[in-house]
Design a protein around this ligand. Sequence first.
Ligand code: MN
Ligand code: MN
Length: 321
Amino acid sequence: MIKTLHQYPGLANPQLRPRYAGVATFFRTPLRDDAQDVDIGVIGIPFDGGVTHRTGARHGPRAVRDQSTLIRRVHQATGVAPFDGLTVADLGDAWLERPYELQGALREIEEFFGTVHAAGTVPLSVGGDHSVTLPVLRAIARDRPVGLVHIDAHCDTGDDYLGSRFHHGAPFRRAAEEGLIDPRRTIQIGIRGSVNDPAMWQFSQDSGMRVVYIEEFDDKGWQWAAEEARRVVGDGPAYLSFDVDGLDPVFAPGTGTPESGGISMREAQRFLRALEGMDFIGGDVVEVSPPFDPSGVTAMNAANILFEILCLLSTSLRRRR
Ligand code: MN
Ligand code: MN
């Protein structure tokens, strides 16, 4: 120990340190390299080898760690205190030894999350581009398909693109084909933007996913959307995947494939809070690309979305125990 602390003997509690001090971890939780006895592990996935347009999401985890240092212990609106009685830790970044080889990298991510899952730890991740959700699902949903709440401007149920079946526009088609998600218990919210082909997201419709385009969300509102998500996904285990490009570019300019006319940050927060009580077994926030956002507002909003998801995961976990 370089310095013996007198005034803050409880330094082990990161909330007692000045929040601008020290090495930034997610929510200032302790950095651990072992998932054993960790209830919820927050994990960075610095990989953007699956983007089809602007890069930079590999820098997402660091930026979100930095912005998450302002987030406090208790959710002011719901009263949920995700750190109380649960061990929440920053498990570092999914280790990538072959970051330039797409399918190899996806296998490495799957292996990392397989270890986390085997320890009984609930994963909450920060991407990375959206291709990383597929290996996370492969690790935690291989025994049975799970439900999915998916916020995004894009359905991400595309197919082969420029010779690859694996990229950030296809994870949920692959996940459905591999039996990792149940399309009939899947809802996709915030969909918009121009398409190359009117049938670009036909797989979502054909497989039975509930697709909520931004117009329907706009007409009916966040409260209706949350009720619809509950109806579609039901009480069974579910995963929550939040692509920041689901937000309007005003709130999230730092992303690879921005689409005008999206969900506001306030709508997103109210929507997520209204999902409390559903059985979430994992979640992620993806597509934060800091190089396209010198203001840092994208990472700040992503950190706040991450906290909303952390609260949902903590409530679900307590309920299961
Ligand atoms: Mn996406
Ligand atoms: Mn997207």
